[in-house]
Design a binder for this molecule. Structure first.
Ligand SMILES: Nc1ncnc2c1ncn2[C@@H]1O[C@H](COP(=O)(O)OP(=O)(O)O)[C@@H](O)[C@H]1O
Ligand SMILES: [Mg+2]
Length: 257
């Protein structure tokens, strides 16, 4: 998944997914560009996490195809699927650190689990990502001793340590205070700039953050991409649903549950 010159990395072609009678994705088409920051936005329950799970191969479409670097990921063998997933780093909404491990051990965990690196090389790499995310001084502490923002940084260091090609952030700022949210948005940009070639996908319902941070935005609405393109396309869009989302208004064509 590295180094391919093709700009588009991930394609959804007519992807549908239902749970029981509830159709979450409805012939969804989208594309995600390599090396860029793409925000997938939409209100709660609109299928953002379901979309990410499809990208990672954790859910399979009922219909349609997901093409990554030219391959239909539904056709992967078990081994191919396993190695495919290793290309992803994931930062969850709650950093999901292991409470009984120090910061350093949390960050080393993916390397110990999935690589044959020497301890020395692991420590060098851990040091790099701790430097990058500004958590080096926390290395000996336990998650319980950290602030919310610090936990996020450590979670990001752990997501980065195995050099993923794609970094997925699922609602990284939801429930965070504005200062921490801004810090996380800045980190997303910094990481994207420093880890050359890394593709960042951020799930969010924060349109403002998307406008400030992304190269491309995919707006999910009723199982489809109602609009996708650079922030300027959103600024200029006259689509009433997008205008309503922008204005944060309850009244309008879009129903808030
Ligand atoms: N494994 C599942 N089984 C049944 N329903 C699911 C499952 N995963 C998601 N859903 C439903 O799909 C819809 C979209 O979920 P999700 O992608 O998590 O929304 P969000 O956009 O908030 O991330 C929700 O109605 C949710 O209840
Ligand atoms: Mg979600």
């Amino acid at each position: 998944m590295d180094g391919s010159p093709v700009a588009v990395m991930i394609y959804f072609q007519g992807v549908s997914k239902s749970f029981g009678r509830h159709r979450v994705l409805d012939e969804l088409d989208l594309h995600i560009e390599r090396g860029k920051i793409t925000f997938i936005i939409g209100k709660s329950g609109e299928g953002k996490s379901v979309t990410i799970k499809h990208i990672m191969g954790l859910l399979k479409p009922d219909k349609g195809r997901i093409i990554v670097d030219g391959s239909d990921i539904a056709e992967f063998s078990r081994d191919e699927a396993r190695s495919y997933r290793r290309h992803f780093g994931m930062l969850f909404q709650h950093a999901a650190l292991f409470d009984s491990m120090t910061v350093l051990d949390n960050i080393l965990f993916p390397l110990r689990e999935h690589t044959m690196m020497s301890t020395k090389d692991m420590l060098v790499r851990a040091d790099e990502v701790m430097e990058q995310t500004g958590v080096r001084q926390l290395r000996g502490q336990f998650p319980g001793e950290l602030s919310t923002g610090e936990k996020k940084r450590v979670g990001l260091a752990r997501a980065l340590v195995a050099k993923p090609s794609v970094l997925l952030y699922d609602e990284p700022t939801t429930g965070m205070d504005p200062l921490i949210s801004e810090m996380i948005d800045q980190l997303i940009v910094e990481v994207s700039q420093k880890e050359t070639g890394i593709t960042s996908i951020v799930i969010s319902h924060d349109l403002k953050a998307a406008m400030a941070t992304s190269d491309q935005i995919v707006f999910l609405y009723k199982g489809k991409a109602a609009l996708s393109g650079p922030p300027d396309d959103f600024r200029q869009s006259q689509d009433p649903v997008i205008r309503q989302f922008f204005a944060g208004k309850v009244e309008g064509p879009m129903e808030f549950l």
